[in-house]
Design a protein. Structure first.
Length: 510
């Protein structure tokens, strides 16, 4: 019978672990790893047989457009012929679990969820959505999940409870935040628990255990979301946001301290250590030899590896926190958000370094989740129908080079390119730009964009700004001298609006 789906959110709590509980959880995590590898091996065997079958090869030869239903049916028959399904894998994992020592450390519900996890990875590989899944090595599985809060891994009155027939019963207390002032924890503990997830993390070289409660409902929103419509223009490392009341242009995670040189130094030390410990595995030109090899890792190498993992963890945690603050700032402007539909994977091929450091895709994912939780929505539209970077709200289109960071149209519109694209994004409805509404709101929006650029000019005196902002470019039709700041424009009395705008946008980074 089909079950109706409901909204879910996750609340994480640390566990108060004793050394005895830590050893037992390590054993159960290792038992789950063995089950995962067994299930994945079974799936890969079946996939190899399915791809060699006549039904599968016949389906591959059919056209997806002309014979879509017949093709789908042949694929289904090929899977059924070799017993490839999630529920068949549940039967397999039950037999494996009951035939050995694993039955004393993993319950049936957790074993089924582990099998489902392996099946999802293998199924994506079968249909060409991902690469071949890998087996998990020792200490490479860090989470376990239950099916419901009725059996297996459970949450009961502030405790993690995990009872297994024939094995040791666990009852581990959670640690609560007594200083939490927003009521998020209180709201979470009042919600119904769907199922639990056990997580193992390494923080500052120490192993920590957490329980994630998957709860029914929506998470409590700590901020008051605005009712306006917000237009966004997102780049590899920058974001422009415009609403009816405010606008800003800034770099992603501008307070994130770059530790690229620290990470490179650690990687160099690790590379030297591994070469000195394993000279038999390297050629004379320091490249790795082909074929199977055994590796020796020194104590110094292990220390450097743990240091590298900690540096990357801190970098990722800081980036996620800064993205969360920026998402809250956008939602305060408005909860109805419009932006272009971009391929962030494609960004990686051209701007790999910036995307790796700033993670714009993570920001959009967090924005979509929080906007839906606040009762709003994120609407993405095609860039091939709107052409916001080339279009003016008067209807003219002019293709710009990537180095041109300012929009200048014959109708008199003069603005920073990213901010103007965000202004146009506010007025995109059903994949089409409503130019009449964009023209009507331009009178109120233009001062907002000017103030946003003015703030950037002030910031440029203290911090390095991105070249994509265009602050170092000498703009056309500008009569101001180099180094003139937008703050000085407010002191000019009696000048026309056009002259003030020309002086404001003429700026070079000192």
């Amino acid at each position: 019978m089909f079950k109706s789906s409901t909204h879910s959110f996750v609340h994480e709590l640390p566990l108060d672990i004793t050394p005895k509980d830590d050893r037992e959880l390590d054993i159960r995590l290792e038992a789950s790893r063995h089950l995962y590898n067994a299930c994945l091996q079974q799936c890969l065997r079946q996939i190899a047989l399915i791809r060699q079958s006549r039904l599968w090869r016949k389906a591959r030869r059919l056209s997806r457009i002309e014979h879509g239903k017949e093709r789908k049916e042949l694929f289904k028959q090929a899977k059924k012929e070799y017993g490839y399904s999630e529920y068949q894998l549940h039967t397999f994992v039950a037999e494996v679990r009951c035939s050995c020592w694993l039955q004393y450390h993993i319950d049936s519900a957790t074993a089924q969820k582990t099998a489902t996890r392996a099946f999802v990875s293998a199924d994506a590989y079968l249909h060409g959505k991902r690469g071949r899944p890998r087996f998990r090595g020792q200490h490479r599985l860090h989470s376990l999940e239950g099916k419901s809060n009725a059996t297996g891994i459970r949450w009961k009155e502030g405790y993690l409870v995990w009872n297994i027939r024939g094995g040791r019963s666990l009852k581990i207390p959670a640690r609560f935040d007594t200083k939490e002032k927003y009521g998020v924890q209180e709201n979470a503990l009042k919600s119904r628990v769907k199922y639990c997830r056990l997580i193992c993390k390494t923080l500052r070289g120490r192993k920590r255990w957490y329980i994630q409660l998957v709860l029914e409902g929506k998470a409590l929103c700590k901020i008051k979301a605005g009712d306006d419509t917000v237009g966004l223009d997102i780049g590899p490392s920058s974001i422009a946001a415009v609403s009816g009341q405010s606008a800003f242009l800034e770099a992603f995670c501008q307070d994130l301290t770059s530790k690229e040189h620290v990470i490179k130094d650690i990687q160099k030390k690790m590379s030297r250590s591994i070469r000195l410990s394993n000279p038999q595995n390297f050629n004379e030109d320091k490249t790795i030899k082909k074929g199977p090899k055994t590796w020796k890792r020194s104590q110094r190498y292990r220390i450097q590896r743990n240091t590298l993992a900690e540096e990357k963890r801190k970098l990722a945690a800081t980036r996620k926190r800064l993205h969360g603050e920026l998402v809250n700032r956008v939602l305060q402007m408005g909860k109805s958000i419009r932006l272009e539909k971009l391929s962030y994977k494609k960004f990686q091929s051209s701007f790999g370094k910036s995307v790796g450091a700033k993670a714009p895709g993570l920001f959009v994912a967090m924005l979509r989740r929080k906007a839906e939780s606040a009762g709003g929505a994120v609407e993405e539209f095609s860039t091939y129908k709107t052409y916001l970077s080339q279009t003016c709200h008067c209807g003219e289109r002019h293709k710009k080079r990537l180095s041109e960071r300012w929009h200048h149209c014959g109708c008199g519109v003069y603005a920073q390119r990213d901010l103007f694209s965000a202004h146009l994004a506010r007025h995109v409805l059903n994949e089409h730009l409503d130019t009449s509404q964009a023209v009507k709101s331009w009178t109120a929006t233009e001062p907002l964009l000017e103030r946003a650029v003015s703030r950037l000019n002030q910031l440029a005196n203290r911090k390095a700004c991105l070249s994509s902002f265009g602050l170092g470019q000498r703009q056309s039709q500008s009569h101001a001298k180099k180094g003139s700041l937008s703050i000085e424009v407010a002191d000019v009395v009696g000048e026309s609006r056009e002259l003030q705008r020309d002086v404001q946008f003429a700026f070079r980074t000192p």
